[in-house]
Design a protein around this ligand. Structure first.
Ligand SMILES: *[C@@H]1O[C@H](CO)[C@@H](O)[C@H](O)[C@H]1NC(C)=O
Ligand SMILES: *[C@@H]1O[C@H](CO)[C@@H](O)[C@H](O)[C@H]1NC(C)=O
Length: 288
């Protein structure tokens, strides 16, 4: 009897592990939405390809509300000018929410730009841009969106580069009611991406290839309106709502400030010529 039970337990454990892995594998959790011949999915790995005939894109089957969305990415090497590799979460509809990482390619040896943005209730225009402190084409690096009811943090290899805090009580929209899917794509944006569109794609350098790996959504699965309170609740399974994630530690703040002072190249909050001179209200609040 006891040994039967043990066999059963072991079988259950193997089944559970298997399910976890299945859920995590890109081949099981995402599907190709554009450029079927240009996206190669193999278990934990995804290759996005762009050539003159097409780019490519994938999206997650599930949508999420709060948690940690993680991906390892190795960007298009060599002359990648005019290409954009996008990695973001988004809901749908004209009042959609969206949290973005976009990587703007460059000619060989020149730096990529990491472009970040957030849309709330269909409104974006909250860009911040950064250079990186490493060559993002030489190896895989970890790009993570950490999102809970209090704040959103963009991480690169564990270093916070940007924070967007919830000031909904003061009338500033915050993404906390719509489930978001995870998307990634590689496309031609040479009308704006590199030096504002001055440098065009060199198709002689194509096909362009971005490699993505080990997608993890340690996040609350969105199953309709009931998830809005469920995913925001303080229940023990909702680790992202733990108070330690409502404010960066002083060590993390130090890293954020290091990135901001050495690698930040654009901040919408400092763009006094834009917005008819009306800087958006969240820019006057504590930002991180
Ligand atoms: C990626 O970074 C996030 C945020 O720092 C971290 O929680 C996660 O464990 C990292 N994943 C890998 C595979 O290193
Ligand atoms: C590309 O390199 C140029 C020259 O170093 C730089 O000004 C620009 O910000 C870089 N990145 C993009 C995406 O244009």
């Amino acid at each position: 009897m006891a040994s039967h039970l043990r066999v059963l337990l072991i079988a259950l454990c193997i089944f559970a592990l298997d399910q976890l892995l299945v859920d995590a594998m890109i081949s099981k959790s995402m599907y190709v939405t554009w450029g079927k011949q240009h996206a190669v999915v193999n278990r934990e790995d995804l290759q996005l390809v762009l050539d003159q005939t097409s780019g490519s894109a994938v999206q997650s089957k599930r949508s999420f509300l709060f948690g940690s969305i993680e991906m390892l990415i190795k960007l298009v090497p060599g002359n990648s000018a005019g290409t954009v590799t996008a990695y973001y979460v988004s809901s749908t509809g004209d009042k959609h929410d969206e949290i973005d990482f976009e990587f703007l390619g460059n000619v060989s040896g020149q730096p990529y730009i990491v472009h970040t943005n957030i849309y709330t209730q269909g409104k974006g225009s909250k860009e911040q841009q950064f250079y990186l402190w490493f060559d993002p084409t030489a190896d895989f690096h970890n790009y993570t969106i950490h999102w809970n009811p209090t704040e959103i943090v963009w991480y690169v290899d564990g270093l916070p580069i940007r924070v967007f805090r919830n000031y909904e009580k003061e009338g500033i929209a915050y993404p906390n009611k719509q489930g978001m899917r995870v998307y990634s794509s590689l496309w031609n944006a040479d009308n704006w991406a590199t030096r504002g569109g001055l440098v065009k794609i060199d198709w002689n350098s194509s096909p362009f290839v971005a490699n993505l790996r080990r997608f993890r959504a340690r996040a609350c699965k969105f199953d309709g309106p009931a998830s809005v309170t469920k995913c925001a609740s303080g229940s023990p399974g909702n680790w992202w709502n733990n108070p330690v994630y409502s404010q960066l530690s002083s060590a993390k703040l130090g890293q954020l400030n290091w990135v901001r002072s050495n690698y930040m190249i654009y901040d919408y909050c400092k763009d006094t010529k834009r917005f008819n001179g009306q800087i958006p209200p969240e820019c006057f609040k504590r930002q991180f």
